[in-house]
Design a protein around this ligand. Structure first.
Ligand code: C2O
Ligand code: CU
Ligand code: CU
Length: 489
């Protein structure tokens, strides 16, 4: 049974409901949707060139993420049920694309939660291999974090309890079973989980249809419409086509008013530089860990895998009929256009302005340790301090409730988006340039450490104790070895 609240302008989800792939998955432990197994994943040379997407941008309207409805709801708690399964997505009109999906859809249904109200998600793994679910950016007790070794066996079920005891933030959920995430996320196990709170609500930011969650990722396709994945353990996967909420670089009709966009970089390994028109202002109001202390006007926003950026864009500054493109200034060909806004005629009266102070950032205890993490290529894989992932080893034991200064030293030519599970940090310093105002004005859980850069953060190991991981969020790096284990004691 599927319980979605379809957004008013949702495109048809009929096909997801109709097509089941349930039984095809025999004896297969490789994370590739059933319909793709045994098929060559390589096609013409033209398709391989990342600068040559075979698709025209702006042909479809932006799909809105369907919101998952709770199975039960009380004053204190909401429960949801999700089946992790194979499904079909209509990404390219006229084609059915086999995917893995939460509830069989890509991107996954959106979960909206409220601070102080527990959410329990019962995840049923109907795939023929182990999976699990990690709530990225969440303060989650260790047993519910989706640690890469805590997996749901094929056919099994697990109840994840999320206390939602943290400030409003754009969180997301994804598979984290070790060694496979570059495939399982690529094939669709990615969803948004938006946590609201009263402070955020009181600011009066755009809501409802004007609050637009967006999952951005680069992909590639075979000629039959199936997703094409080619492993590249050094660079990570790079696609030639951008999918935005599961549509190729779509368009969105907007009224002449303010909208809130919550964008997730759900790509395996691609970094972007977000740009509006030819450098029009975007007001960033939040990052990974929620609202910034003040909104920050930006014209170009570096955006690394697993990061989230929230923007308020005021379309009343544009004329009726104007077309405005959100693009990737670091892209080529098909990886440039992200989303085109088509400004409607008429006028909307709106007297809302984004408050100049949004939030007070917590005072932190002074750091009681300093640690350095060298990011480098070992003989066979990317590593941290020369170490490869070993679940039987604890690499660091921060004290619960303490803060520590962590320095990531990247002497390579690759970006390493470093991420801590279960905790947030503040960015203190970067060797490449002064820390962007927006990154100094809020909490983060992932930092893109640039080639030959040293970046320093102050991490706060609260509220929970236990075993968590930290890793590079270039999924091909993490899958091989670029992940260590911490125990908060
Ligand atoms: Cu998106 Cu280990 O995290
Ligand atoms: Cu995480
Ligand atoms: Cu990396």
């Amino acid at each position: 049974m599927t319980r979605f609240r379809a957004p008013a302008d949702a495109w048809s989800r009929r096909d997801f409901m109709r097509n089941g792939f349930g039984s095809v998955a025999l004896l297969c432990t490789v994370a590739t949707p059933g319909a793709l197994r045994g098929k060559s994943e390589v096609t013409s040379a033209a398709l391989r060139k990342q600068s040559r997407s075979p698709f025209e941008p702006f042909q479809r309207d932006l799909p809105r993420l369907p919101q998952l409805l709770p199975t039960t709801s009380s004053r204190a708690r909401e429960t949801y049920e999700i089946a992790i399964r194979e499904g079909m997505a209509e990404i390219l009109p006229g084609f059915q694309t086999p995917i893995y999906g939460y509830e069989g859809i890509y991107p996954a249904p959106l979960i909206r939660a409220r601070k102080g109200h527990e959410v329990v998600v019962r995840q049923k793994n109907t795939l023929p291999f182990e999976t699990n679910v990690h709530l990225h950016g969440g303060f989650v007790p260790a047993q519910f974090d989706g640690h890469p070794m805590d997996v749901i066996p094929a056919g099994g079920t697990f109840d994840y309890h999320y206390p939602n005891d943290q400030d409003a933030a754009p969180l997301w959920y994804h598979d984290h079973a070790h060694g496979r995430t570059s495939r399982t996320l690529y094939y669709g196990l990615v969803g948004m989980y938006i946590l609201h709170d009263d402070l955020e609500t009181d600011l009066g930011l755009p809501q409802g249809e004007y609050d637009v969650p967006i999952v951005l990722a680069d992909h590639a396709f075979n000629k039959d419409g199936s997703l094409r994945y080619e492993e590249n353990v050094d660079l990570g996967f790079r696609g030639d086509t951008l999918l935005v909420n599961g549509a190729v670089s779509p368009r969105m009709t907007v009224q002449r008013r303010k909208y809130r966009f919550r964008i997730l970089n759900g790509s395996n390994a691609r970094s972007y530089a977000l740009k509006l028109g030819n450098g029009r202002p975007m007001l960033q109001i939040a990052g990974d860990g929620g609202l910034l202390s003040r909104p920050v006007t930006r014209t170009k926003i570096p955006f690394h895998p697993a990061e989230r950026i929230e923007l308020v864009i005021d379309f009343s500054a544009y004329g009726p009929g104007e077309e405005l493109v959100l693009s990737n200034a670091d892209g080529l060909g098909g990886t440039v256009p992200i989303l085109r806004f088509d400004v409607e005629g008429g006028r909307t009266s709106e007297d809302f302005t984004v408050p100049s102070r949004m939030r007070q950032l917590e005072r932190l205890p002074t750091a009681n340790a300093r640690r350095t993490w060298n990011l480098s290529l070992g003989s066979a894989a990317w590593q941290i301090n020369g170490l490869s992932w070993d679940p039987n080893r604890i690499d660091v034991r921060p004290r619960r409730g303490s803060t520590e200064i962590w320095t990531f030293v990247n002497k390579s030519e690759r970006v390493h988006p470093m991420h801590l599970h279960g905790f947030l940090f503040r960015v203190l310093e970067r060797s490449s340039a002064p820390v962007e105002l927006a990154d100094r004005s809020g909490w983060k859980d992932t930092i893109g450490v640039l080639p030959n850069e040293t970046a320093t953060v102050l991490a706060w190991f609260a509220p929970y104790g236990g075993k968590y991981v930290f890793h590079c969020h270039s999924l091909e790096h993490a899958d091989k070895a670029m992940m260590l284990q911490m125990e908060i004691v």
